[in-house]
Write a protein that binds this ligand. Structure first.
Ligand code: PLP
Length: 278
């Protein structure tokens, strides 16, 4: 497993978690996944700013500053000799006898951070992936990167059972996002994606894509669109820290086709940003 950061200390290989940890019993906590390319952190500041925000939205305060978290990540990368992979970061409300309401007095948040090797998903990025569409059965605060992922887990499993990579979620006929990604359609040279409101997670990759679109002068519209619109798109793609920018070539039985010109341009621009990491 390698070196793990747990509550202020680095541990070799293993840590013991308390069965009364509220993350374990209630999913009462928040998390992030930061990508590492060639030993360097990608968009770590944005991830930790989002972590601090997510914590605040569930009335927890992150025990460390964004700069501290970045420094811990750098140490974890060094200590684990991580080249290409991810860092998982989790904050829970802490350890207390099981009771739904917040513990009184407040508990110290429990922090866990570890790294793992992961190659880039190049095959899907080049060829596109199959997806399914399914009902979005999540709560109404999808903007919080919460540990409560049961609805996402069930939808992702539905996709896997159908031989697909992602489940595109639909709420009241509107495409929200994937079980673990943001969703985009391209029509007549413009990109459309759900607004960053309470119904989706404002992906860090989504923000990079927005920036790339602006640099490439590709119109980027944060507007809702329907399930029907999705199926008549010129291109469809999904994005996340681990999937990067992945074209969608099939939704249920509907074939969308080969990766198109817009997604390829975005992938190139994204690649340039990876190469620019300091
Ligand atoms: N939406 C959901 C529900 C996710 O779980 C994720 C990532 O895990 C994303 C979107 C993409 O976010 P990011 O680009 O920050 O990884």
């Amino acid at each position: 497993m390698g070196v793990i950061y747990y509550n202020g200390e680095f541990h070799d290989d293993a840590v013991s978690l308390d069965y009364n940890d509220r993350g374990y019993q209630f999913g009462d906590g928040v998390y992030e996944v930061v990508r590492v390319y060639e030993g360097r952190l990608f968009t770590a500041r944005e991830h930790f700013e989002r972590l601090v925000r997510s914590a605040g939205e569930i009335k927890m305060s992150a025990p460390k500053s964004v700069d501290d978290y970045i420094q811990i990540c750098e140490q974890l990368v060094d200590r684990n000799d991580l080249v290409n992979g991810n860092i998982y970061i989790q904050l829970t409300r802490g350890v207390a006898a099981r009771n739904h309401a917040f513990p009184v007095p407040a508990t110290e948040p429990v922090t866990l951070m570890y790294t793992y090797t992961a190659e880039r998903p190049l095959k899907g990025m080049q060829n596109g992936v199959k997806t399914i569409s399914t009902e979005d059965i999540r709560w109404l605060r999808c903007d919080i990167k919460s540990l409560n992922l049961l609805a996402n887990v069930l939808n992702k499993e539905k996709a896997v059972q159908a031989g697909a990579v992602e489940a595109i979620q639909i709420r009241d006929g509107v495409v929200t996002e994937g079980a673990s990604s943001n969703v985009y359609r391209v029509k007549d040279g413009a990109i459309y994606t759900h607004p960053a409101d309470n119904l989706i997670l404002n992906g860090i990759t989504r923000r990079v894509i927005k920036e790339c679109s602006q640099e490439l002068a590709i119109p980027f519209h944060e507007e809702t669109f329907g399930h029907d619109d999705l199926l008549t798109s010129d291109e469809v793609f999904i994005s996340s820290t681990t999937l990067e920018i992945t074209p969608v070539n099939q939704i249920d039985d509907q074939v969308i086709g080969e990766p198109g010109p817009i997604v390829k341009k975005l992938q190139q621009a994204f690649e340039t940003k990876i190469k620019m990491i300091k």
